[in-house]
Design a protein around this ligand. Structure first.
Ligand code: KG4
Ligand code: ZN
Length: 364
């Protein structure tokens, strides 16, 4: 089969070594990931030095397997795309050095991809015809942002976290509950069996009208709740704590999306992105939100637990808004998102110089 473009995407920004081969922007010919989760698990988080060593050990095999499964040779590629930031510097360097050497040797263009953009753009893999302007909620381990996209590659950051990212809050609460790392999946599993109304936890919305986030107060409230109970010799039900915490995070994310829709009434679609987008309770809540809720329930301060619940239950006719959510396997870090972003950069001629370097603190 003849393709007009074939992009190899390489991701090594944190603890996944991943490569994907993408044809014509929407046909994933292969997608191989070597996860380090088990290696870092005993430490309760990612150990940067171990992460870079693991990438060094696995990147060659991961890329070779991706090419083999795609039944292609390097000369069949149109470009090599690689995450160059943000992320852990040692981890990023492995991918960047590898991609550079490969592209140079094979005479291919090198495309440095912004990992944050890739998280959002992976939605285009499954939905190449998203409507614009589009509001994207990016919630990962290091970032929580609302982005207003005018087009595939033209966007503005309209909301950001002022302290912890949503995923970071999941990870820290999970550590306190002894649920392991990464925290999102075990919290989600525990929450599914818990009562989300069991504990009244704060939902910080910041000043009226703000699209920014703050999760550190919620995280501290959970830690205080557990410490106070421990001191009194009480044992709290982990599942109830997890459910109440998860509900509070989702309530804040939904409140900010509602507010963003009020700020940008020309929005034609919503997209979810980042590791936290793998959370099925969030995915479900957003699906309900885009099909049943009123658009103009702005921000209200100091709602109590039951007010939050009744707000969720009050269904107003809501103009149907397309909601794009990546498949669960495409939410957390992966090579397919880099290949997809690489494809759109390639179309826009955004080729990188051979001096491309890792930029750990890369923003938008
Ligand atoms: O996007 P990602 O893979 O890496 C970064 O770029 O940060 O996101 C990882 C984050 C972690 O904090 C992890 O706990 C969270 O995403 N996460 C989840 C779920 N799966 C992963 N959070 C909530 N629910 C999940 N199912
Ligand atoms: Zn990520």
């Amino acid at each position: 089969m003849v393709f007009s473009s074939v992009i190899l995407g390489i991701e090594t920004s944190c603890d996944e070594t991943s490569a994907a081969v993408l044809a014509d922007g929407h046909t994933l010919l292969s997608h191989i990931t070597s996860s380090q989760i088990d290696v870092h698990h005993p430490y309760g988080g990612v150990v940067p030095e171990i992460a870079s060593r693991e990438h060094c050990l696995h990147i060659d095999a991961v890329v070779e397997k991706a090419m083999e499964e795609a039944h292609l040779e390097f000369r069949d590629l149109s470009a090599v795309a690689v995450t160059y930031g943000p992320g852990l510097v040692g981890s990023l360097l492995v991918g960047v050095a590898y991609a550079k050497a490969l592209a140079f040797a094979a005479g291919l263009p090198l495309i440095g991809v912004n990992h944050l953009e890739a998280h959002v753009l992976v939605n285009l893999l499954e939905h190449p015809h998203m409507e614009f302007p589009l509001l994207a909620l990016l919630a990962s381990g290091g970032h929580t942002n609302i982005l207003y996209f005018e087009d595939y590659l033209t966007y503005r950051v309209v909301g950001r976290t002022r302290d912890d990212a949503a995923g970071e809050a999941f990870d820290k609460v999970a550590r306190t509950l002894n649920l392991g790392y990464p925290g999102g999946p075990p919290i989600e599993r525990a929450a599914a069996r818990g009562n989300e109304m069991a504990f009244e936890l704060p939902r910080s919305l910041l000043e009226p009208g703000s699209l920014d986030f703050s999760f550190s107060g919620l995280k501290s409230a959970v830690l205080n709740l557990l410490n106070t109970a421990r001191m009194k010799g009480h044992i709290l039900n982990t599942e109830d704590v997890a459910a109440s915490f998860q509900r509070a995070v989702i309530d804040v994310l939904l409140a900010k999306i509602r507010l963003a829709l009020d700020h940008f009434p020309d929005t034609r679609a919503l997209a979810l992105a980042g590791g936290v987008a793998a959370n099925s309770a969030l995915r479900q809540a957003l699906a309900v939100e885009t099909q049943g809720q009123s658009r103009n329930q702005g921000q209200r301060e100091s709602r109590n637990q039951s007010q939050w619940q009744s707000q969720r239950q009050s269904q107003h006719p809501y103009q149907y808004l397309p909601l794009y959510v990546p498949s669960v396997s495409l939410c957390t870090d992966n090579g397919a998102m880099v290949a997809t972003a690489g494809y759109y950069y390639y179309l826009a001629d955004r080729v990188s110089p051979w001096t491309l370097n890792a930029v750990p603190g890369l923003g938008f």
